[in-house]
Design a protein around this ligand. Structure first.
Ligand code: LCS
Length: 395
């Protein structure tokens, strides 16, 4: 039983079901079953009518998934959560629940490239209009709202340029217009930032990243009020079948136990890498909200307890030099995704954000020569040495 006074690190370890009452198993069991037996036909009918509670079929709910959802709700300080097959399916379900054909939603233009493609390529086919604005400017958000606006969506810190969006400022706008605010908390995780405490209504995660933590799962999470989570489940998730598998839910439960410990190390290492790059003569610019020169530093300090594991930078030189740098890495792995134990490095403009045109990249504040590092949990000296030896080979 979870105790009210437990702190975040304790909740991360013990917030899920705990000891299995049937077997004493300390690690939660994986209910790898697609269907669940009814006691009799009246029970089956009552379950389908919503007059009895229990499991029917794993697309509609599964005990391992429930366990993950309860744990995520605790960690984000929300009433309820929903788990999905991916971060993108969580985002799609969010918008598809709130918007119908003819509606619009306001989104930050600086988001993960796959999210941007979902907004700009897919949603208009459903008759839903994404209005993308640079959400670092709160006025731009407010100016884009009209009586058909059903949601404000921001990502902070933003992928890939670490823009920091003022959650409280966005929440004030959302409340004034009676529109829900959703915050993608993938980069920070609930270990560093709990958007509901700053006035957001929904938290979104690509759980593929820090929550899994080991690069072995693709999954998504929404957290919010029980009423809204029930609505997303009934109106969208159950119909479109964006459900998570029991095994993937279990992998995330395992990841959550070490989330605070891993994230502390990611933050410490990222600060070391950001400082190392800042003083390197071949580096033109470093993007890390923990650096005082970062334009979002003060807002980050006010809404995050540390600055996260993601760093971006630009070198002095051409795009070819950038490619050479990445091809020279010996420890840092040349790959997309983030939040893994391994340090991952990529060139957003040609990979994760290749869904943006050159104009959209410029508008989103994503430089074409930007390199992004998901700083892992290795010894930071080895990560910096690897960057150093690669930087030596260019220019
Ligand atoms: N939100 C953020 C902030 C993300 O970084 C990603 C994926 C998603 C949502 C989508 O989640 P998924 O469906 O992949 O679980 N970001 C990726 C990235 O930067 N590289 O590869 C995937």
């Amino acid at each position: 039983m979870v105790k009210k006074e437990w702190r975040f690190d304790t909740l991360a370890v013990h917030g899920s079901e705990g000891i299995d009452p049937h077997t004493g198993a300390v690690s939660p069991p994986i209910y790898q079953s697609s269907t669940f037996a009814f006691r009799d036909s009246a029970h089956g009918e009552a379950l389908f009518k919503g007059e009895a509670s229990g499991y029917i079929y794993s697309r509609l709910g599964n005990p391992t998934e429930d366990c993950l959802e309860r744990e995520m709700a605790f960690l984000e300080g929300g009433e309820a959560a929903l788990a999905f097959s991916s971060g993108l399916s969580a985002e799609a379900a969010l918008v598809m629940t709130l918007c119908s054909s003819g509606d619009n939603f306001v989104t930050s233009i600086t988001v993960y490239g796959g999210t941007y493609a979902l907004w700009k390529s897919f949603m208009p086919r459903m008759g839903i209009e994404p209005r993308d604005v640079r959400a670092t400017h709160l006025d731009a958000i407010e100016a884009a709202i009209d009586d058909k606006t059903r949601l404000i969506f921001v990502e902070t810190p933003a992928n890939p340029n670490l823009d920091i969006i003022d959650i409280r400022g966005c929440a004030d706008i959302a409340k004034r217009h009676n529109i829900p605010l959703a915050v993608d908390n993938t980069f920070a995780t609930s270990a560093l930032q709990r958007p509901l405490e700053h006035g957001a209504d929904v938290v979104v995660h690509s759980a593929t990243k820090y929550i899994s933590g080991h690069g072995d799962t693709v999954a998504g999470i929404l957290v919010g009020t029980r009423e809204f989570m029930d609505r997303v489940r009934k109106e969208t998730l159950n119909h479109v079948g964006f459900c998570i598998s029991p095994f993937n839910a279990w992998l995330l439960l395992r990841g959550l136990k070490t989330l605070p410990v891993r994230v502390r190390r990611h933050c410490k290492n990222a600060m070391r890498v950001a400082q190392y790059l800042s003083f390197h003569p071949k580096v033109k610019k470093v993007y890390y909200p923990g650096l005082r020169i970062h334009p979002g530093h003060e807002i980050a300090r006010s809404q995050m307890s540390d600055f996260g594991g993601m760093v971006a930078f630009e070198i002095k030189g051409t795009r070819e030099d950038g490619k050479k740098l990445m091809d020279s890495m010996e420890l840092c792995v040349l790959a997309v995704s983030l939040g893994d134990c391994d340090t991952l490095i990529c060139h957003p403009a040609s990979t994760t954000h290749s869904t943006y045109t050159a104009e959209q990249l410029a508008e989103a504040g994503i430089s074409e020569t930007m390199i992004r590092i998901s700083v892992g949990v290795e010894d930071p000296r080895d990560i910096c040495n690897d960057l150093g030896q690669a930087l030596k080979r260019i220019g």
